[in-house]
Design a protein around this ligand. Structure first.
Ligand code: OAD
Length: 235
């Protein structure tokens, strides 16, 4: 871990790439662990355009449940540390697969949401923005009567262009990429960390198949707390 602190200190561009494991310690389930969403619900039934078109009640129930549960959720110290590192010039971008907005809530300013946001809503038909309340109340689009949805990217949909471009370009120039809490199983986001010629660091509870310069098997929050303490020593 000392080496990670040294890498961060020496880097002139560091990107943090996060997945659902970053948010489990705030109380949000991940997707592929034993208690993850995709162990309880088949993603084909709720996370595809077909699901939205063919079984809207189930689609609506799934996202309503996730949106409601988020109302009580707060960022944890790991999110706060990443925001603090950005203020100190140690982190330049958080590229996240998470849709929960916790990095922004913790104060990170440069965040790219590769899989969209569950806090933004739109009409599937005309793309007009909608509010959380309209969605939760089960209303149709006020403009065209179409089905409302979250802006979470569904399987088969393209990633938000700006988030992809910004993440791609920053990672390519990064000296250090810190990957936290992701199985890296979902394409194309999962390929982004390896576009860097810099050092790659993984912080994850379970093993991931890809090769990293440094692998730390552990929880996001306590690992970030430990690295944060070590940064003081390196300074
Ligand atoms: P996964 O559920 O696939 O992977 C989460 C990883 O985080 C697992 O390897 C866990 O072991 C690890 N983990 C869990 N808790 C942790 C903790 N406290 N500290 C460190 N690691 C921890 O989630 P993602 O890789 O984010 O897409 O999944 C990618 C995408 O698949 C998601 O963005 C979502 C899903 O379909 C969309 O919704 C578009």
């Amino acid at each position: 871990m000392f080496q990670v602190a040294e890498y961060i200190k020496a880097s002139s561009k560091t990107v943090v790439f996060t997945g659902a494991g970053m948010s489990t310690e705030s109380g949000i389930p991940d997707f592929r662990s034993r208690s993850g969403w995709w162990k309880q619900v088949d993603p084909r039934t709720v996370a595809t355009i077909e699901a939205l078109e063919q079984d809207y009640p189930l689609f609506h129930e799934f996202y309503s449940m996730r949106m409601r549960s988020l109302q009580k959720i707060k960022p944890h110290d790991g999110h706060n540390i990443l925001a603090e590192w950005e203020k100190r010039g140690l982190v330049h971008l958080v590229a996240t697969q998470n849709v929960d907005g916790l990095h922004q809530e913790a104060g990170s300013q440069h965040v790219e949401e590769l899989h969209g946001s569950i806090k933004q809503l739109k009409c599937q038909q005309c793309e007009k923005e909608a509010t959380t309340d309209e969605f939760l109340e089960g209303k149709p689009c006020s403009h065209c009567g179409g089905k409302l949805r979250t802006c979470v990217v569904l399987f088969g949909e393209a990633l938000p262009q700006q988030a992809w471009k910004q993440s791609f370009e920053t990672i390519k120039e990064a000296d250090v990429v810190i990957v936290i809490g992701t199985s890296l199983e979902v394409y194309p986001a999962g390929e982004l960390p390896f576009l860097s010629n810099g050092k790659t660091i993984l912080i994850n509870l379970e093993e991931v198949e890809n090769d990293f310069d440094v692998t730390i098997t552990g929880k996001a929050k306590e690992t970030l707390q430990r690295i944060n303490e070590l940064l003081v020593i390196v300074e």
